[in-house]
Design a protein around this ligand. Structure first.
Ligand SMILES: [Zn+2]
Ligand SMILES: [Zn+2]
Length: 405
């Protein structure tokens, strides 16, 4: 799997700049400007037509997802890395997915000046994920109850060009798709979803530090952390687990607080009763809140679930720090909203016998309340990183893989 190639004209000097789909910072090699890229809602891209036609240029939307998919039924856990797209409107004549076009074609951001007319999607990205889970071979649950999740680092809308006159023609290949069938009354001009904002610290004006794909950036000058936003950004308070050893790296996890509806899951004791975890019920467990932890970085699905289970059961006590550590912080690439999607499957993963869990949670839900980032220190141990307090190891190449996926 490769990054989709994206090209964009520098908002400052006008030079054409290539970037990766996962870049959250636009860095111009010509004028050196660095800007955060934001989108109200999913990122919207289009592919430029490769043929010319006097007919109406129409952009057709496809949802694109890249990330981990999980299906847990009473007997088995199925998981898969997905990189898929599905047509976001119900029109038979159009290709059902973009296939390899996303890797072969250069994408551009949809901007108000983009020529052509856009067909809005008729189903949202929640429906898209449900359709995706059904469509992937080997993922669907046998029958009966299951817990599912699609947890993605890329969730975007990509528009394919078609020309509509008497007939509908593929704007990339020139292939005849059939007679005209798109309702032109539904077409809209390109909207403005894209925003660029400064990468200077909103508090002190120093350059923020962080990888281009990271959703969290830090200021080494005033020791603050920021989640960039179109209006300058929101200050975040990361928490750090302490270790007496010298860490080589901090890995970010989301600490996710939620409200359970339809069943009880507020405290440690609730968790043990709900999942039948083989642990003795102690008095402190009745009064100690339980929250889920999931990796905030890209990692293979089986590792994602295992790390979530281990860190959720450890419940690190991670305080805020006065000054940020000098040790490198691994980029946060999983948005908070996507992290919450994983909560039901992590609950399923924690239960030693899921067949007992399903009747207890039937009809219930876990509703997101709030989240914050916790960094766990890892020490260098040759081929792997080790978290000493939890005695937890991660292969270095599992992290390297995640950076190049
Ligand atoms: Zn420039
Ligand atoms: Zn600052």
């Amino acid at each position: 799997m490769t990054e989709a190639l994206l090209s964009h004209q520098c908002p400052q000097c006008g030079a054409p700049v290539e970037l990766d789909e996962t870049d959250r910072i636009f860095a111009c090699p010509f004028c050196q400007v660095r800007l955060f890229i934001h989108s109200g809602g999913p990122f919207r891209y289009f592919m430029k037509p490769l043929i010319e036609s006097p007919d109406t240029l129409v952009y057709v939307p496809y949802w694109r997802f890249r990330g981990n998919a999980f299906v847990l039924d009473p007997q088995a856990m199925h998981h898969k890395i997905l990189d898929s797209s599905l047509l976001a409107v119900d029109i038979q004549a159009l290709p059902p997915s973009l296939g390899l076009r996303t890797q072969a074609m250069k994408l551009s951001f949809v901007e108000p000046t983009t020529p052509g007319l856009f067909l809005p999607p008729t189903f949202d990205n929640g429906d898209f994920k449900a359709r995706l889970l059904k469509a992937v071979p080997g993922l669907a649950a046998s029958s009966g109850p299951s817990l599912t999740a699609c947890v993605g680092d890329v969730m975007s809308l990509i528009h394919l060009p078609v020309f509509q006159g008497e007939n509908l023609v593929d704007g990339l290949t020139g292939k005849l798709l059939g007679p005209a069938c798109i309702d032109e009354a539904r077409l809209e001009k390109a909207g403005s979803h894209l925003r660029f904002s400064s990468t200077l610290c909103p508090q002190c004006g120093w350059d923020l530090v962080g990888e281009r794909s990271s959703l969290i950036q830090t200021c080494p000058h005033c020791d603050t952390a920021w989640e960039p936003g179109p209006e300058g950004g929101t200050r975040v308070t990361p928490h750090f687990l302490q270790t007496p050893e010298q860490p080589a790296l901090y890995l970010p996890f989301w600490n996710l607080r939620f409200r359970a509806k339809g069943f009880r899951l507020q405290t440690w004791a609730d968790l043990i009763r709900l999942t039948n975890l083989p642990r003795a019920l102690l008095p402190w467990m009745e009064s100690t809140a339980f929250s889920f932890r999931v990796p905030a970085f890209k990692i293979r699905p089986e590792l994602f679930l295992n790390l979530s289970a281990q860190v959720s059961l450890y419940q690190p006590d991670a305080p805020e720090l006065e000054t940020l550590p000098k040790t490198p912080l691994h980029p946060v690439t999983l948005p908070q909203k996507e992290a919450f999607q994983a909560v039901p499957v992590v609950l399923g993963r924690l239960a030693p016998a899921r067949k007992n869990l399903f009747p207890r949670i039937r009809g219930g839900s876990l509703q997101p309340l709030e989240a914050n980032i916790e960094y766990l220190p890892f020490v260098d141990a040759g081929h792997e990183y080790i978290q000493p307090e939890m005695n937890m190891a991660i292969q270095k190449n599992a992290l390297f893989w995640s950076a190049t996926l």
